[in-house]
Design a protein around this ligand. Structure first.
Ligand code: CTP
Ligand code: MG
Length: 206
């Protein structure tokens, strides 16, 4: 088994609004993506990083150019490695730990994909315009994170289809009829999207 981790770091970080691409913003003393590299490095055989223009891959990783969308960045990185299984992680989730990476890898079993997720704690309503249509059954709702671990063939097949509107890779595997398992993860493995997320992440990392 040769496990590859794809670290997607090619986004611009428009909602964070920093002076550089989000993955390269310094958080608690390190560029954000370096936290994920540190968590991944002992658990996988190779790390391929999808990079924004003009940025270099961290030590011990291999860089590939990112794409126009997140899915295209994953596809570029997948093409650059023959590893199987394939773990995909967002550089925007710097609170990942080696133990959580291991938990995700161990969760694949005989599924096509295994994805980190936390039960939702908010009540979630479906709304049209400004009017509530219905309240969803919270017990059945999970907020999805990364890492997401895939059999290489399942991910390659999913990425060969229509990538439109995909906010994660597992969605593409689901569309292609694949079986996806949820692995319970802590909410602390948060994604840095806006300035308040950056503040919370920085406090948790210190
Ligand atoms: N990503 C990527 N290639 C893209 C778009 C996103 O590799 N073309 C990566 C980001 O670097 C991030 C992850 O996908 O690690 C999740 O995306 P998101 O949180 O949306 O990051 P950004 O796209 O950078 O932020 P924004 O949408 O606010 O511009
Ligand atoms: Mg984005």
């Amino acid at each position: 088994v040769f496990t590859v981790a794809i670290l997607v770091a090619a986004g611009r970080g428009e909602r964070l609004g920093a002076d550089r691409p989000k993955a390269f913003v310094v958080l608690a003393g390190r560029p954000m993506l370096e936290w994920s590299v540190a968590a991944l490095s002992g658990q996988v055989d190779e790390i391929v990083v999808a990079l924004p223009p003009g940025e270099r891959a961290p030590a011990g990783t291999r860089g590939v150019p990112g794409g126009d969308t997140r899915s295209h960045s994953v596809a570029n990185a997948l093409a650059a490695s023959a590893g199987d299984p394939v773990l995909v992680h967002d550089a925007a989730r710097p609170l990942i730990t080696p133990a959580l990476v291991r938990r995700a890898l161990d969760g694949l079993g005989d599924f096509d994909a295994a994805i980190a997720a936390a039960p939702v704690s908010d009540t979630i309503k479906e709304v049209r315009g400004d009017e509530v249509v219905r309240t969803l059954d919270r017990a059945a709702l999970w907020a999805v994170q990364t890492p997401q671990v895939f059999r290489r063939a399942a991910l390659a097949q999913a990425l060969a289809g229509d990538l439109a509107g995909a906010t994660d890779d597992a969605m593409l595997v689901e569309r292609a009829g694949g079986r996806v398992r949820v692995i319970p993860f802590p909410r602390e493995n948060l994604k840095v999207t806006t300035p308040v997320d950056r503040e919370i992440a920085e406090r948790l990392l210190c």
